[in-house]
Design a binder for this molecule. Structure first.
Ligand code: UT7
Length: 315
């Protein structure tokens, strides 16, 4: 069936913790408004000497250690980001260098905004399944420095985002159903960000339109993954949603009439970290013992592009 087995996860959260009260010193907002509308209490921004590559490196190194694999075991490295430190080399190639991965391991970035980690996972899975990889494992990373593309004069967006990185080492497993769905609907109006270096290279968002898109895309993606796998919601131990707004996740729980405890939420701690949010949540769940070996997880996301998708994996 060539599904995904996770061997190890890691995350790195940058050092500067910024509370809602801190944000209220920058723009006209309040802790109450931010918590009620989004569920966010604080977020973390890169401090001195921290950046996308260093965050991603720390997360990836930890994931490899926990997976018990060395560089020679990595057959491909895919990083999801739209805020890499450089245009080139890609984040994945920087990791390739820092981790000493073998020359036979292709390494590249994907940009599918907040759905990036799911696209990166699927690219890695397909490569392992289709090719003749020199090594059996893939290193998949989601890492963003959204503080770099945040307009700190716009209260409707700046309170939402955070920086961070998450990583997973995966391999194929015949006993795990392969059930990925990915989709796109090109639209540069509701959510966009000019390239870094361009004038006003900030995230622009029509929050209400994105909200409407999200509450439609999440349940559809979850149903599509379950259908493809021939499973029901009861067969899945945890749903790991992209963390964009706690109200979006609550809406999906109500719509699916699903048990609330199946849906992990950590947006209160990190805000929306785009491509990093799903692997950060995954790592936290494993570390806290919420997600345990042998359990089946359904990951689901949506984001700029517009993009959406979901996949199934087993720990
Ligand atoms: O990763 C994917 C990217 N993004 C998303 O998933 C975001 C999806 N959208 C959302 O999460 C929500 O739409 C937001 C959190 C962005 C906004 O929440 P909302 O309930 O849709 O609020 P709104 O935009 O309708 O604004 C309501 C009011 C407005 O004031 P008036 O016109 O009612 O007087 C805003 O000006 O809240 C005001 N407002 C704020 N007030 C205090 C907007 N931002 C703030 C703020 N603090 N930070």
């Amino acid at each position: 069936m060539n599904g995904i087995r996770v061997l190890g996860t890691g995350r790195h959260i940058p050092s500067r913790c910024v509370t809602n009260d801190d944000m209220a010193q920058i723009v006209e907002t309040s802790d109450q408004w931010i918590q009620e509308r989004t569920g966010i209490c604080r977020r973390h921004f890169c401090g001195e000497g921290e950046g996308n590559t260093s965050n991603a490196f720390a997360a990836a190194k930890l994931a490899m250690e926990r997976a018990g694999v060395g560089p020679e075991d990595i057959g491909i490295c895919v990083a999801a980001t739209f805020t890499a430190d450089h245009g080139t080399p890609s984040l994945a190639c920087e990791l390739h260098h820092l981790l000493g991965l073998p020359e036979s391991a292709p390494s590249f970035d994907v940009n599918a905004a907040c759905t990036g980690f799911l696209h990166a996972l699927e690219a890695a899975r397909c490569y392992l399944a289709a090719g003749d990889p020199s090594a059996p494992c893939a290193l998949v990373v989601g890492s963003e420095v959204l503080s770099r593309v945040t307009d700190f004069t716009d209260r409707s967006t700046c309170v939402l985002f955070g920086d961070g990185a998450g990583a997973a080492v995966i391999r194929l497993d015949d006993t795990v159903p392969q059930a990925t769905v990915l989709g796109a609907r090109g639209d540069d109006q509701v959510l966009r960000c000019p390239g870094i270096g361009q004038e006003k290279a900030y995230i622009y968002m029509d929050g209400k339109a994105v909200f409407r898109f999200a509450v439609d895309a999440f349940p559809k993606s979850i149903h599509a993954v379950l259908d493809k796998a021939g499973l029901t919601l009861e067969d899945v131990d945890h749903i790991v949603c992209h963390q964009a707004n706690a109200r979006i996740i609550d809406f999906v729980i109500r719509k699916l009439k699903a048990p609330e405890e199946k849906f992990y939420k950590n947006i209160q701690e990190y805000g929306n970290t785009s491509a990093a949010s799903i692997p950060i949540a995954l790592d936290e769940m494993v570390e806290k013992g919420i997600a345990r070996p042998g359990e089946t997880l359904l990951l689901v996301g949506f984001g700029g592009g517009l993009t959406w998708g979901g996949t199934l994996l087993r720990l």
